[in-house]
Design a protein around this ligand. Structure first.
Ligand code: FAD
Length: 410
């Protein structure tokens, strides 16, 4: 079949490679080129243990307090406060106990599938050299914070995720020296994997795709129309007709999805980071400061410090002071961190209120497959999503039940 893919982020490129591998004639369109969006500057983690959705029971009591902390994990620019209200209402509904439990189960299934799919991808394309298999330390400040995380660790155990709980700064230092002693407890997840550089990862997959005969075109898609038999794309650079189209434009998918008659609660959680040069810190594992909403990871020879959630939409200018605030905090938590010479970045996470992506067909318009909304986990779930998208396109039964990710769940 002739297939068009909108978006050359990690989700679009991974799906295109899977489809080309099944013998389809595939063209990827991106208005800015390969890995131009969130997939370029993220923390580079295949975070397979992250099965807990953001909308946890009780989150709506905690979240407003974070808004008063200028360097804290959550911010909402006043200019966007009214616009984000409907999404926050859906987020609150997702945190109700029954929906939360269903989301944990759906996230666990997609994680297990994605971890296995990543290994298939790595074996098929010889990508082992691009991975660091060094696990992750999730740190807690004191006994109280650690005890409050117990339910999440129990849920990870039930999902078959391997971990070790550490209850002293000494035990933490054996895995990662140099962490401030205020972090007394941690969970260590050994099966967490990091990529050496998330942009390089997507570029490498794109090269493999082109070697298999795939095409990448620099074009902006402004119009999308589909029936069950074919789909049409159009934009300033031309018009195209395909047997199938995959919409994988990340946080920017909303405008195109509306043309299919769907209104989905897709928002962006803007995230910030600073990448420090080689020698900034001797980091031996991926470090997550859970209560502060940011992580520290190795990228290339450098160190990337970032995270945070800013519910500020796609149009407001970046507020790089947020990246600086995270870096200042990281320097207090990792006293040996050299904070000079960094490069700041902001990215648009594509986020659904229940933390689950949309991997779905559209009723009556089966020529389109939707693959967006992976939030904090787009790299993590990219290989798994790619296989599911290829199954949807080929009309084969998918490896896992995809009803929890359907577009019509809202
Ligand atoms: C600070 C930060 C840290 C993160 N860390 C991690 C992590 O460690 N692990 C993890 O799994 N995830 C992480 N994420 C999330 C991850 O980056 C995203 O979930 C993922 O990159 C989304 O990929 P995507 O392909 O859906 O979207 P994108 O990477 O945004 O790609 C979408 C592409 O579509 C193109 N596009 C958009 N509209 C159009 C159009 N109309 N026509 C043509 N092209 C178009 C864009 O140019 C873009 O290239 C992080 C995100 C942030 C912000």
């Amino acid at each position: 079949m002739r297939i068009g893919v909108i978006g050359a982020g990690v989700v679009g490129v991974s799906a295109a490679l899977a489809l080309a591998g099944r013998g389809h004639e595939v063209t990827v369109f991106d208005r800015e080129g390969v890995a131009a969006g969130a997939s370029r500057g993220n923390a580079g983690a295949f975070a397979f243990s992250e099965i807990i959705p953001l909308a946890t029971p009780g989150i709506m009591r905690k979240a407003p307090l974070w808004l008063f902390d200028p360097g804290g994990p959550l911010s909402i620019p006043p200019a966007y406060a009214l616009r984000i209200a409907p999404w926050l209402a859906a987020f609150w509904r997702a945190s109700l106990p029954g929906r939360y439990r269903a989301a944990v189960a759906a996230q666990s299934a997609l994680m297990a599938h994605s971890a296995a799919a990543l290994e298939r991808l790595v074996a098929a394309h010889g990508l082992e050299d691009m991975l660091r298999r060094q696990g992750q330390l999730q740190l807690y400040e004191g006994e109280g914070e650690f005890r409050r995380s117990e339910r999440e660790w129990r849920e990870r155990r039930e999902a078959g995720i391997r971990f070790e709980l550490l209850e002293s700064p000494g035990a933490i230092a054996e895995i990662q020296p140099g962490i401030a002693p205020r972090f007394t407890h941690a969970g260590y997840t050994p099966d967490w994997i990091n990529v050496i550089d998330p942009a390089l990862w997507v570029e490498t997959l794109a090269e493999a795709f082109v070697r298999r005969g795939g095409r990448i075109e620099r074009a902006e898609i402004r119009a999308l129309a589909a029936s069950s038999g074919h789909a049409r794309l159009a934009g300033p650079q031309g018009e195209w007709r395909f047997d199938r189209v995959v919409l994988a434009a990340g946080a920017h998918s909303g405008a195109l999805v509306r043309q299919l008659g769907l209104r989905l609660p897709l928002e962006t959680e803007r995230g910030y980071n600073t990448t420090l040069p080689a020698g900034a810190f001797d980091l031996r594992t991926h470090v997550t400061f859970s209560g502060h909403g940011f992580v520290v990871s190795r990228v290339g020879e450098g160190i990337r410090v970032g995270g945070g959630v800013e519910l500020g939409g796609l149009k407001l200018p970046p507020r790089m002071a947020r990246a600086q605030a995270l870096l200042t905090r990281a320097a207090a938590f990792l006293p040996g961190l050299k904070t000079q010479g960094g490069t700041q970045w902001m990215g648009f996470r594509p986020s659904m209120p229940d933390s689950l992506p949309v991997i779905s067909t559209v009723p009556g318009r089966e020529a389109v497959a939707l693959a967006f909304g992976h939030g904090h986990l787009g790299l993590t779930q990219s290989a798994g999503t790619a296989e599911l998208v290829a199954d949807i396109v080929d009309n084969r039964p998918p490896a896992i039940d995809i009803t929890p990710y359907r577009a019509s769940r809202f």
